[in-house]
Design a protein around this ligand. Structure first.
Ligand SMILES: Cc1ncc(COP(=O)(O)O)c(C=O)c1O
Length: 403
């Protein structure tokens, strides 16, 4: 099949290899415990669904909606940022709704970047962080995200890596993409990190896009900072926020870009050509979600936290040394020594074939992810316990083969 130049720059998804095997095994009747994709399995709070239904029954809500988000929704996201992060946003100029944060990031890159521009993107990373600039025709320079050491050491090393990459880059990077709490590595940062990077970016006149998809999934007392909490960060930064994870609304496609007026103005202009926005009843129900008592999010967060406890304890028990992350719905696990030679794709295929457990191979998140796999805790505790038992059996049988 002929592929056009822009499509040729999009390689075949590494995850497709594992997904194809998963589909084949399922067709053969196997029960696969799917910890591969970060696709939330929880249901949004009942009153949010009720509001969606109520609004959908009205005669007036079925016309084209507003691409930038209806004014009451932009006000709700601005109020939410004030309540949660003490950040002031002008709902008309500093907040825009997007069709999930993935669409927001993609179209923001298309609005900002042209061939010849350079984007700095961490590796490992959520794939669209790399491919949105590629689709826009820009060049990408990857910045290694440190995978070993204490939180403070990782932050220090990452800042150093960004400074070095910036100096090595020609032309000078126009934009830096960040994502903390991070998918896939679960790395977190503190406000000092954002302070440093904002002041660097201002000096260099570089934009920052911070993907805050896991803002709500923080455990055991940790609270992730918003980059907009840094004074005047809005001069050069936007943050993307999403109802996908914390509110369990993945399929609803509700995201926001908040912060810098220039970036939001350009995104709004592009989107006004491309789309008519998310279905109005979804926008109306999203206002109810944002205005809700935060306990609805805490409930989901606690479920993911408990599942991670079960997964981490179970893996440690069977000899796979891992630590519980401070945030996200993932466990980023170094492949046990004796299997590391297989590489992350082959190791993931083995887990799938032999233990009926699907995970995401680290290399799918960029070359620096090789040697790791990512577990997403999107199955219940019972199923996670079953996954541990299956892996225990597999590892034991492998040991016996080696004897
Ligand atoms: C880092 C990150 N950003 C964005 C997204 C997509 O979010 P949304 O559903 O809001 O498009 C995900 C989903 O897995 C993610 O992990």
């Amino acid at each position: 099949m002929e592929e056009f130049p822009r499509i040729k720059r999009l390689p075949h998804y590494v995850f497709a290899t594992v997904n194809d095997l998963k589909a084949k095994l399922r067709r053969e009747g196997e029960d696969i415990i799917d910890l591969g994709m970060g696709n939330p399995d929880l249901k949004p709070a009942e009153h949010i669904i009720d509001k969606l239904c109520e609004s959908a029954k009205k005669k007036t809500t079925h016309r084209y909606s507003s691409s930038e988000g209806i004014p009451r929704l932009r006000k709700a996201i601005s109020d939410y940022y004030k309540r949660r992060f003490d950040v002031d946003l002008d709902p008309n100029k500093e907040a825009i709704m997007t069709i999930g944060s993935k669409e927001g990031i993609s179209h923001l890159m298309l609005a900002m970047l042209s061939p010849g521009d350079m984007a700095l993107v961490p590796s490992p990373r959520y794939p669209i962080h790399y491919y949105a600039p590629v689709i826009a025709g820009a060049s990408v320079l990857t910045v290694p995200l440190p995978l070993e050491g204490s939180d403070e050491e990782k932050q220090e090393t990452f800042l150093k890596n960004i400074y070095e990459s910036y100096e090595d880059s020609y032309p000078e990077p126009k934009v830096l993409i960040l994502n903390f709490p991070n998918n896939p590595t679960t790395m977190t940062v503190n406000l000092d990190f954002f302070q440093e990077i904002v002041s660097f970016a201002k000096k260099k006149k570089m934009w920052i896009i911070h993907d805050f998809a896991y803002a709500d999934l923080c455990f055991d007392g940790y609270k992730a900072p918003s980059i907009l909490q840094v004074k005047n960060a809005k001069d050069i930064a936007v943050e993307t926020y999403s109802l996908t994870k914390g509110y369990s609304m993945a399929g609803w496609r509700v995201g926001f870009v908040v912060g810098n007026k220039t970036l939001i103005h350009n995104l709004r202009r592009l989107k006004s050509y491309l789309d008519y926005g998310t279905f109005t009843p979804i926008q109306v129900a999203s206002i109810i979600a944002l205005d809700s008592d935060y306990s609805i999010v805490e409930k989901a967060r606690d479920i993911y936290s408990k599942r991670l406890d079960v997964l981490v304890k179970g893996l440690n028990r069977i000899g796979w040394q891992v630590e519980k992350p401070k945030a996200t719905m993932f466990l980023w696990a170094k492949i046990p020594e004796k299997f590391r030679h297989l590489g992350s794709v082959e190791f993931s295929m083995m887990l799938l074939r032999e233990a009926k457990v699907a995970v995401a191979p680290g290399v799918g998140f960029g070359e620096h992810g090789e040697g790791y796999v990512r577990f997403a805790v999107v199955e219940n505790e019972k199923r996670i316990r079953q996954a541990i038992r299956n892996m225990k059996k597999l590892f034991k049988s492998q040991q016996e083969v080696a004897k």
